[in-house]
Design a protein around this ligand. Structure first.
Ligand code: BGC
Length: 246
């Protein structure tokens, strides 16, 4: 089955047509940069532009960086707060005329990795972290993936969200060295290991392409691997969700 997967992120929307029986992209990836924070209405316009680019009328899976219940968006840490309370299927469905399935962006990435990527055939406990504008997370056991919000684990002396110290965006903005940033990730992963005991940790997000530069500082108990789909995991997983959501 073919579906359009869209990954909404803090700095861009990325989309591609995906063969959900293989996880392969059937088109080039199309990217719409969003240097300014888009309102829900503007984002709906961008999603429409994405469907028009692909001349797409079929099902669309959308990975969104927030808590999703049903198709309602409940948090929006790094996008416009006006998304909170929006029904994503309605918002994007009305703009595009397509059937929309909403999923958390990190859960989408995890679904792709567990099915076709670094975690394929792995039935034990796996934790996936995406390092981007924020820190996304999901957990998989027996191949069943569930979204988590571990990027908001209280961190530092004021108990701010851990992602404010650990996201890949912080590495850039604060011009941290790989060693400094890797050290922060080590402390964070040590806590997550204590609480969740994953056997495998998969790291995604754009920065996973540079994994050799920082994995050496993390030193987890679990097996640490980069996401095989790198930054396309969210697109592939969103497409899978649109094809298979019950
Ligand atoms: C959001 C998560 C999302 C992550 C990565 C966090 O701020 O709360 O839902 O998965 O960013 O985009």
């Amino acid at each position: 089955m073919k579906t359009l997967g869209i990954d909404i992120g803090g700095s861009a929307l990325k989309g591609a047509i995906v063969d959900t029986t293989t996880g392969k992209l059937l088109s080039e990836r199309f990217r719409i940069d969003t240097p300014d924070t888009l309102t829900p209405k503007e984002m709906a316009g961008a999603v429409k532009a994405m469907t028009q680019h692909f001349k797409w009328k079929g099902p669309v899976g959308i990975g969104f960086p927030g808590v999703i219940q049903g198709s309602t968006i409940w948090t929006s840490a790094n996008l416009d707060k006006k998304f909170i309370g929006c029904d994503g299927a309605k918002l994007f469905g009305q703009a595009t005329g397509c059937r929309i399935a909403m999923i958390n962006d990190a859960a989408a990435a995890g679904a792709a990795e567990m099915r076709y990527g670094a975690g394929r055939d792995f039935m034990g406990k796996a934790l996936l972290l995406t390092l981007g504008t924020g820190v996304g997370s999901c957990f998989s056991y027996q191949g069943v993936v569930t979204a988590m919000e571990l990027g908001h684990f209280p961190w530092g002396k004021h108990g701010k969200s851990a992602e404010k110290f650990l996201a890949a965006s912080v590495l850039e903005q604060k011009k941290l060295s790989w060693k400094e940033w890797g050290g922060r990730l080590r402390d964070y992963v040590a806590i997550l290991e204590k609480l969740l005991w994953p056997e495998m940790i998969i790291v995604g997000g754009g920065v996973s392409a540079d994994h050799a530069k920082f994995f050496k500082y993390i030193k987890p108990r679990a097996q640490l691997v980069p996401a095989e789909f790198l930054n396309n995991a969210g697109i592939v997983g969103a497409a899978l969700w649109a094809a298979e959501k019950k």
